[in-house]
Design a protein around this ligand. Sequence first.
Ligand code: GNR
Ligand code: NI
Length: 175
Amino acid sequence: MAILDILKYPDPFLKTKGRPVSKFNEDIRKLISDMIETMYFARGIGLAATQIGADKRVAVLDVPNGENYQRGKNLITLINPEVVYHEGDIKYEEGCLSIPGFTSEIKRFANLTLKAFDKDGKDFEMKAGGLLAIAIQHEIDHLNGLLFIDRLSKLKRDIIKRKIKKAIEKEKRML
Ligand code: GNR
Ligand code: NI
């Protein structure tokens, strides 16, 4: 197991579209376990392979549902995920481990049906709503090279990009 570095915006690798996984081997299992460890270390509810510099369509999530959060209880690994059905809209204030310190309200589908493969290469289907549905769409966006700021209007995106740039410059001056 290893904790990996999470790439931060504006790292150009975050624009990379992940390639579908075709071999479910030891390398993929190692990638998944490192991603899970990194997600927990960073206190995220999800992590996409793109964020740790791997161009593979792999995401891990552990989204709390309700009160009693137990690490690992809702842990899921999604390989080559595809949304096969969606309905409704939901707005939520999203954050991202690759854009620390910033959030924006983003509109997503409220409910999803998803097809994916698990770490053993077995295909499965699942339904998701609420924060899980939001986080899944956020991770699939990463696998397609998109960040939540790419879903904002140009005006809002330009404003937040400028704020992020300022924050990065300030951080550099502090060193
Ligand atoms: O930890 C995370 N929280 C979060 C909150 C609202 C919407 C999406 C997310 S995902 C984020 C972790 C992350 O950046 N995954 O890519
Ligand atoms: Ni993210």
